[in-house]
Design a protein around this ligand. Structure first.
Ligand code: NAD
Length: 434
């Protein structure tokens, strides 16, 4: 599983050789740890166009202090006031002089406004920010990330800014995230925002699910570690370590929703649909069973249990659903028509259900779409395909389960109520897909 190439390029001879050969230069990413919870350096707040946002209070609570003469860890460019092509020049004028000073593993966050259907000049200028963000993400290098947040209300976007301006978002780049109107924007205990809440993670006996359970437990949640009965021992081991409970259950059971509700001591606050399988074959060689089981685990069971837990009120108001898609569902992948279909289906579910679930149940529904993540699933991929998968993204390396887990924790945060219906890729800005 270890990325030996990344370690090799981190040595002086390795860097020398790979630079000479024009090979990718992945930077060691700075990730969250208890010892290093915030980015090291200051935050530069710039503006293009005339902005009506009052960002200062939200930015003051995001982590990096104001940029002084020291290191610049992050730049926030408020471009919400860019309403025409002429004003785009201010984007260039603001960022061009400062980019070189942004530290390795630093952050650039561009803030944009929703596209105005009544003003095509504003819409053109704001859409331009998307192409700008994605292009800058591809060229910025040194483990630095670039993301665009479309927002109308700074307070509602605080949890999102805090995530993007922290080491927790190390593998999230080239994303466009829309944040809606203000909902609940604070957590009682910022250190343990999920304290007193129950989170259920499916497929949590290992891999990404285990990391998600661990991160939600770190954030204070009581975790329920659900996995198939065959993985019960591993699920118990994870649950014990995290002070949670294990729930052996196959999510494809017709009554999975009812059995989850029955097993919970109380209601549920956070539902993470992480369980997933692959059964790869090109369509011409794919027997119907391989098609059916992937669609059943990855999509049908997700729809069924979501419906059941919303309908019977097990998921309480203020709740969060985070489903797991994949870049294979966005870009497609040879040999994965079944998997790609199932993961695209998850995206469809999220987009349609999100506004209704929020209106009717007070629950947000979002998805994470991982790219190449270093797990047992990807360790099983043949060497050359694995190497290509690892390098074909702007950060030139695979992500870690913790990267997906941190993104999930941001979406599950009590202060993320204004983030709804989003599909956030955790893919280091993979070259595949949009
Ligand atoms: P994994 O195979 O390591 O873990 C998946 C877990 O889900 C296993 O513990 C398995 O027992 C459990 N599971 C499978 N079917 C189940 C069922 N019917 N009921 C309950 N549990 C079940 O996989 P992973 O790499 O950790 O992936 C987790 C999720 O992320 C999956 O949905 C996967 O499709 C998605 N994903 C992974 C990657 C990657 O690079 N690893 C990329 C994109 C998406």
């Amino acid at each position: 599983m270890a990325d030996r190439y990344l370690r090799f390029t981190g040595t002086a001879p390795g860097r020398f050789l790979t630079q000479r050969l024009g090979l990718p230069q992945p930077a060691a990413l700075t990730r969250w740890s208890a010892e290093r919870p915030v980015l090291d350096g200051g935050l530069l707040h710039l503006t293009a166009g005339r902005s009506a946002l009052d960002l200062a209070p939200a930015l003051a609570r995001t982590g990096p202090g104001p940029a002084g003469s020291g290191r610049t860890a992050a730049v926030v460019l408020d471009a919400t006031g860019v309403r025409d092509v002429e004003a785009l020049a201010e984007v260039h004028a603001a960022l061009h002089p400062v980019l070189r000073s942004v530290a390795s593993s630093g952050r650039v966050v561009v803030l944009g406004a929703p596209l105005d259907p009544a003003d095509h000049h504003q819409a053109a200028a704001q859409q331009a920010l998307e192409g700008f963000t994605r292009s800058l993400g591809k060229e910025i290098g040194r483990g630095r990330t670039v993301n665009l947040v479309r927002l109308t209300d700074a307070a509602a976007a605080e949890s999102t800014l805090r995530f993007l301006l922290s080491p927790k978002s190390a593998y999230v780049s080239g994303q466009v995230i829309e944040v809606g109107a203000a909902r609940e924007t604070t957590a009682a205990d910022p250190e343990r925002p999920l304290a007193g809440r129950t989170a259920l993670v499916t497929g949590a006996a290992r891999g990404i699910g285990e990391a998600v359970a661990e991160t939600l437990a770190r954030d204070g949640a009581r975790v329920v570690v659900l996995d198939v009965p065959q993985a019960e021992q591993d699920a118990r081991r994870v649950a014990e370590r995290l002070g949670g409970t294990a729930l052996p259950l196959d999510m494809t059971a017709a009554d999975a929703g009812a059995r989850i509700a029955e097993a919970l001591p109380d209601e549920l606050d956070v539902l993470i649909h992480n369980a997933g399988i692959t059964r790869d074959r090109r369509l011409v060689n794919m027997p119907a069973e391989r098609w059916a089981c992937v669609l059943d685990v990855n999509l049908a069971s997700v729809l069924r249990t979501t419906d059941a837990l919303l309908k019977d009120g097990t998921l309480r108001r203020g709740g969060r659903i985070v489903a797991t898609a994949s870049i294979a569902g966005l870009a497609g992948n040879a040999g994965q028509t079944n998997y790609g279909a199932s993961k695209a289906g998850v995206v469809g579910m999220v987009r349609s259900l999100a506004p209704r679930a929020l209106d009717e149940h007070g629950v947000t529904v979002n998805a994470v779409a991982p790219g190449f993540i270093e797990t047992k699933m990807t360790a099983a991929v043949p060497l050359f395909i694995r190497e290509a998968g690892r390098r074909m993204n702007s950060l030139a390396q695979g992500g870690l389960p913790a990267d997906v887990a941190e993104t999930t924790a941001w979406l599950a945060h009590p202060a993320s109520g204004a983030v709804n219906g989003q599909v956030v890729r955790v893919c280091g800005q993979s070259l595949l897909g949009a």
